[in-house]
Design a protein around this ligand. Structure first.
Ligand code: HEM
Length: 517
């Protein structure tokens, strides 16, 4: 007789036929899984099922960073999608981003572009879309060493001071008439004025011709952000010809080119001083157009640059620097107003440093760690460019998966900034998390990469941050803030407007209740 114990053990001892069946079933399952995830012996990243023709395009909403985050939660931080038939790898964790932009940075140093980007940026003669190579290297070094070096950024301090002074006056006049301030509009205009004065030596915000240029710039940004279905499903390219998109691009490109041609000619002829908004007495060799023209004239960098190169670089700087900076200000102020304790911490920090002084200097900013923490927290939760791309130049293995040459890579800094694997309470706006932390946004810490990283990382961080810090410090120091009648600051709407740069859907209005000017 078998003991009860022995009988129970026997229940778990498998019959040899059952064992064989389970082994065969496992081998079949494994082979099927491997076949699905590999081709020609290559192991592909996990991938959601796709539709014929569309691939995974139907799974993307207009706020693609959000749809990709949800898909990534199911399929992992490195995921393969298909846009039409085009394979696209989505990167959504700090580790995966570090593999792309640190370990294999050289291999992923090419940038994707659309047909519209090629048209707008003079056949990729700019910096941001230029293919990796000698030409891009030379332009990037002009950008880092000459246009956007910290010395050059400092040399524009007087422009920032003047423009922020004007901004304060506009807010003050709303304050005395108890009118709500359209902060979104003011942020757009101050960042535009600063960048135009640095680029051209004058601003383009007043007068008919200037306003037209601003509208053109807005249209250009809008068009360059539009990705048509024909990019991924080539036989549908005709749609853009029929719906008027192509002719809209042609018209805007022509008008922007005419405008830039005039600006360049003015600078070549030395006509700048005749303009009403010209910077009085400021040495002209500081402005971006003049620096580029002197390189063009002496042919001093080893590759020749022509007028189209200059126009493309200037457009890059205007397109890449204006919208992103104003979006950062908009989101920072939205979060500050939503969190009254953060506003009062910022005011306390500024007022303790300034005592009875009114004007904030660069030295004061150095002593404002809480302000810097608020800006980092803003860029973590609201990176202005929530998705940016790279192209694999050669086949390479990333996190154990094979990535074929030519594959497009999309990095999602928005999802990475909210990844619970990197951040505690990721959805909360808590600047204090940065107070005793060395994590920074300069491209070394892959959990916070709003400016990208590696060779193609943003060269404009110093330029952008100089304005963001000074505007925010002044706004919180010089005014008390409240919500417009009938609304509550804590309930401020944070809906996003789709685009390459993510702004608020609705402009940010607030009431400046007390002014310390
Ligand atoms: C808050 C403001 C800004 C943000 C969030 C931002 C973000 C970015 C990002 C994500 C990239 C792509 C990085 C990559 O692929 O790794 C980039 C590239 C670039 N940015 Fe910025 N940017 C800002 C301000 C500026 C400013 C003020 C300028 C110039 C005045 C500028 C000029 C450029 C240029 C020229 C590139 C192309 C670099 C290359 O391809 O090598 N950016 N930026």
């Amino acid at each position: 007789m078998l003991s009860l114990e022995q009988q129970q053990i026997d229940k778990f001892v498998l019959h040899p036929f059952l064992l064989l069946f389970i082994s065969l079933f496992s081998i079949c399952f494994l082979t099927k899984w491997l076949c699905k995830n590999s081709s020609n012996g290559r192991l592909k990243p996990p991938s959601p099922p796709r539709l014929p023709i569309l691939g995974n395009l139907h799974q993307l909403s207009v706020l693609s960073h959000r749809s990709l985050q949800s898909l990534g939660a199911k399929h992992g931080p490195l995921m393969l999608l298909h846009f039409g038939r085009k394979p696209v790898i989505i990167v959504q964790s700090a580790d995966a981003a570090s593999e792309i932009m640190k370990k294999h940075d050289l291999n992923f140093a090419d940038k994707p572009h659309t047909r519209t980007i090629r048209r707008i940026f003079y056949d990729l003669k700019d910096i941001a879309a230029a293919p990796y190579g000698e030409y891009w290297r030379k332009l990037k070094s002009i950008c880092i060493l000459q246009l956007l070096s910290s010395r050059r950024v400092q040399s524009f301090n007087f422009i920032r001071d003047e423009e922020i002074g004007l901004l304060m006056k506009k807010i003050e006049s709303c304050c005395s008439s108890h009118l709500p301030v359209n902060l979104s509009e003011l942020f757009e205009s101050v960042t535009n004025n600063v960048i135009c004065r640095a680029a051209f030596g004058r601003k383009y915000s007043e007068g008919l011709a200037s306003k037209k240029f601003l509208m053109l710039l807005r249209e250009l940004l809008h068009l360059s952000a539009s990705v048509s279905i024909g990019e991924f499903i080539p036989w549908l390219s005709w749609i853009n010809r029929v719906n008027g998109f192509d002719s809209r691009v042609d018209k805007t490109v022509k008008e922007v080119d005419d405008f830039l041609e005039l600006v360049i000619q003015d600078h070549l002829d030395g006509d700048l001083e005749s303009d009403g908004d010209a910077v009085n007495g400021e040495s002209r060799e500081n402005f971006f157009v003049d620096i580029l023209l002197s390189i063009y004239k002496d042919n001093s960098i080893g590759v020749s640059i022509d007028k189209d190169n200059i126009k493309a670089i200037i457009l890059d700087i205007l397109a890449g620097g204006t919208d992103t900076t104003s979006a950062t200000l908009e989101w920072a102020m939205t979060e500050i107003l939503k969190h009254p304790n953060i506003l009062s911490n910022l005011q306390k920090e500024a007022r303790e440093i300034l005592k009875d002084r009114q004007d904030i200097t660069d030295d004061d900013l150095e002593k404002m760690p809480y302000l810097k923490a608020v800006i980092k927290e803003t860029l973590r939760l609201h990176p202005p460019i929530p998705l940016y791309g790279r192209i694999a130049r050669e086949e390479v293995r990333v996190m154990g998966y094979d990535v074929a040459a030519g594959t497009m890579i999309i990095i999602n800094p928005w999802a990475i900034g909210r990844d619970p694997a990197s951040w505690e309470a990721p959805e909360k706006f808590e600047p204090d998390r940065f107070m005793n932390s060395l994590v920074d946004y300069k491209g070394q810490d892959f959990e916070l990469i709003p400016f990208g990283a590696g060779r193609r990382g943003c060269p404009g961080i110093g330029f952008a941050m100089a304005s963001v810090q000074l505007v925010l410090a002044n706004i919180v120091h010089k005014f008390e803030w409240n919500s417009p009648v009938g609304s509550n600051l804590e309930d401020l709407d944070t809906t996003e407007q789709p685009g390459t740069t993510i702004h608020r859907k609705h402009p940010l209005f607030a009431v400046a209740t007390h002014c310390y000017l």
